[in-house]
Design a protein around this ligand. Sequence first.
Ligand code: NAD
Length: 502
Amino acid sequence: MATQQPMQCPLVINGREMEATGGRRFSRENPANVNQVVTEAAEATAEDMRNAIHASRRAFDTNTESWVTNYKLRERVLFKAGELIRQNAERLADVVRLEVGMPARQAAVHVSAAADVFEFYAGFASKMYGETMFLPTGSQVNLVKEPIGVVGLITPWNFPLTQTARKVAPALAAGCTVVLKPASYTPMAGYELVRILHEAGVPKGVINFISGPGSTVGDELVRSSSVDKISFTGETGTGKSIAAQAANEIKRVSLELGGKAPYVVFEDADFEGASRAAIFGMFRNAGQACGATTRLLIQESIHDAFLEHVVRLGRTLQVGDPADQATDMGPMISRNQERTVMDYIKFGQDAGFDLVLGGNKLQGGDFDNGYFVEPTIFANVDNSSKLGQEEIFGPVIAVMSFKDEEEAIHLSNDVPFGLVAGVWSGDHARTLRVARQIKAGTVWIRDNYQQPAEGIWGGFKESGMGRELGPYGMDDFMEVKQIFTDGTGLAMKPAYRQVIKE
Ligand code: NAD
């Protein structure tokens, strides 16, 4: 990317780009090269957030340019946005690479997945059919879907385009108006989507963009009585406090939170396929992924042989400059995250688990300018330990063995999370049995980390509530209303006799 100058990320309120009131800005450095500031962003105040909410509220309440009622307009805008994302794919991939440190090959797929989501929901905007039924009395029940209203979308940093697309696209398809609050590590990716949506023809005020600290502007969004729903993706702890706050007003909330996913490999698994799937799910985006399959459960009889296979493959991963097409794994998002990951590695070593791959911070040369950690695998991990139970959000994998199906299911479910899981066996009936008993929002059979726009994404247990993607992702932004119409024409209806005698 021909940018040595930092990218500039303004606020967007009522269709206008602006600086924060008070003029404060914050900067984001490249996690692969901390000497390079990649983004300078406006640091919004609570007042900016209130202005954005107000613009969003007004756009919804006045049905600006028929946004709320004209699904054809929404369909056109979303299709166009998908097209513009594809046209700007290279630039968007650069933004993600620079802010997240995501390797170029992964960033490219990430961009096209975001376009898929816009295209999928564009088609949905014109298909919000309700249901109708005639009752035995001749009266009619119409069940119609309506947009929830003003929605506050709060996003994390790890997959900044797709996480944002999964919220923004269905919210807009449903006819909602939006205030988007991105994570502070990745403001530019969110801003780029908002800019594209305006270019695609979204009316002023329909989507507003506010970058700034979660504890101030995020909190203002969650507390506002002018906001009808919050859709949040981030840490389980933050999600809990947002849900508690929203409960005061019965504000609608959906939460996409943490994970500690199992990847279960049975003795009849095809080693070539299962080991590649495992590595892909463990180390994509350097393990900074809510759906990373960070607990590798291997059946006892093949434990050593399969683990050796996985470790051999893990050794081939090239860690380094995300701009290099040959790079498989980039840096951690921040110094804090690097420290957290190294603390977990130290814990694993102190606990006496078998370190079979990696375990070090990478040092020397360009590594010294970034937050690089080796792909790391611990074997013989106790599932009840921190390594088995806590989301690390880095390239640190816990391997365990199991005797039989029953133990595999028990271990899989023995964590507070339930976002995703993988199962690899050649026995079709077994994979189905196990998939049915794992408590997770998604179970991949003979594959890993697939998230088509047509499917769903969302968790059981502490991994969240609500579902993103697919038709269910639309439901999260709509209310269902019953319109009951009398079809009897009677002045005195049988039901009234409960209260009126004649
Ligand atoms: P985070 O909870 O620190 O921040 C997420 C967002 O919430 C950011 O925009 C942040 O500014 C904002 N925020 C923080 N405090 C807030 C508050 N009090 N009120 C309102 N907003 C607030 O999470 P993160 O570090 O950005 O993301 C990593 C986490 O996200 C991991 O736990 C990961 O598992 C989770 N995640 C989940 C999914 C999923 O789909 N389930 C997807 C991606 C990431």
